[in-house]
Design a protein. Structure first.
Length: 370
């Protein structure tokens, strides 16, 4: 668990990022958990209390208990897409249900907007879920007897919003997800991708502060799945939501994530950006997840740049955040390296064609994983 703290820098009530020019950027932490456990079996919570809120795998097994989530610690920053991923049975879906208190954690701390979510009453939880949380799951769970517009407006109906206001809001959400003209269709008349768009629109209708998505695209065929990933990124560009997204697909994770938490056997093994995980896998398990990733689509110019020289300021400039794939063909054909610039436009290094060629050919892998 040490690798979580080493890669994901946390400080007090704010999460701190440092951009490539050395400027600290602080964003409030929206959702946080510390030493969170979910143990299935008889008297699991009491068992953990008797051991000070922790237990080994051997102790759990001896007590006929299953540790679905074990000592999970993470912070989700405002406006980020935070992805939790792992293989089937790793505990990722149980974790997201604990974070929303759809199921009760057995031990640990859980805060939302700096408020203790574990102390919230059932009535308070209902209000939080109705007004501050949006949820989308793998199964669309649309109401078959309601039209698209009525499905989208349904959470507002539950809130007691008047019909005129909820219809206006529902029309806005239908337009937002690209379903204008299908407001009067029923779910059975829609494709799988369209049904998932309805589910997304419905969850957004209440203007949630945090959005939980549990493998929302895994039931879709590959082409529609990629289309929905693109749609999610478009929506995030417009809405800037705080998103917790569950997936078992690393390609999906690296395409969508600001940061990723990788789980195994109920534990969070490592937290970091996609680039962090590829360049600095904490364990062989994490390295195996990243082995077949197209590194040029994930790694940025920052990861391959060398120190600036006297000539650097005269070179063609690219931002440090630019992915290698976006300029690889151009730099390979270039007679000179490229200058790399930080967020403030200042030159911070340079990148050569040979470094890019080594990445594309796989020669860099031995160095990157040391």
């Amino acid at each position: 668990m040490e690798s979580v703290g080493a890669i994901d820098r946390l400080s007090g009530p704010l999460a701190v990022n440092t951009d490539v020019s050395g400027v600290e950027i602080q964003r409030p932490i929206k959702l946080s958990c510390r030493n969170l456990w979910k143990v299935f079996g008889p008297n699991g919570a009491a068992f953990l209390r008797s051991r000070g809120g922790t237990a080994s795998a051997g102790e759990l097994e001896a007590a006929s208990l299953i540790g679905a989530v074990c000592a999970a610690t993470l912070d989700v920053r405002e406006g980020e897409i935070f992805i939790v991923m792992g293989l089937s049975g790793s505990g990722k879906s149980t974790l997201v249900r604990c974070l929303s208190r759809l199921i009760e954690p057995s031990a640990g701390e859980l805060t939302f907007d700096s408020k203790d979510l574990l102390k919230a009453s059932e009535a308070e939880l209902i209000e939080i879920r109705r007004h501050k949380m949006g949820m989308v799951f793998q199964h669309f769970a649309l109401l078959p007897h309601l039209t698209v517009l009525e499905n989208v407006a349904f959470p507002l109906f539950i809130q007691g919003v008047d019909k005129k206001s909820r219809d206006v809001r529902a029309h806005q959400m239908v337009d937002l997800v690209g379903l204008k003209g299908r407001e009067r269709h029923f779910p059975a008349e829609l494709s799988g991708g369209q049904q998932q768009r309805v589910g997304i629109a419905r969850s957004l209708a209440v203007e949630p502060q945090i959005w939980f998505l549990d493998e929302p695209f895994s039931a879709l065929d590959p082409l529609i799945r990629r289309e929905m990933q693109t749609e999610l990124m478009r929506l995030q560009g417009v809405l800037k939501k705080t998103i917790v997204f569950i997936t078992h697909d690393f390609d999906e994770a690296i395409r969508l994530a600001d940061r990723i938490a990788i789980m195994k056997d109920g534990e969070i093994i490592q937290i970091g950006t996609p680039e962090d995980l590829i360049l600095h896998p904490a364990t062989d398990y994490v390295a195996e997840f990243t082995r077949d990733v197209n590194r040029a689509k994930v790694l940025s110019a920052r990861s391959l740049m060398a120190p600036a020289t006297a000539r650097t300021t005269r070179l063609k400039k690219i931002p440090a955040s630019a992915k290698i794939a976006s300029f690889s063909a151009e730099i390979i054909d270039s007679p000179a390296p490229f200058a790399v610039t930080g967020n403030d436009g200042a030159v911070i290094g340079e990148i050569t064609a040979s470094a890019v060629i080594d990445l594309l050919s796989g020669k860099d892998r031995g160095v990157a994983h040391e």
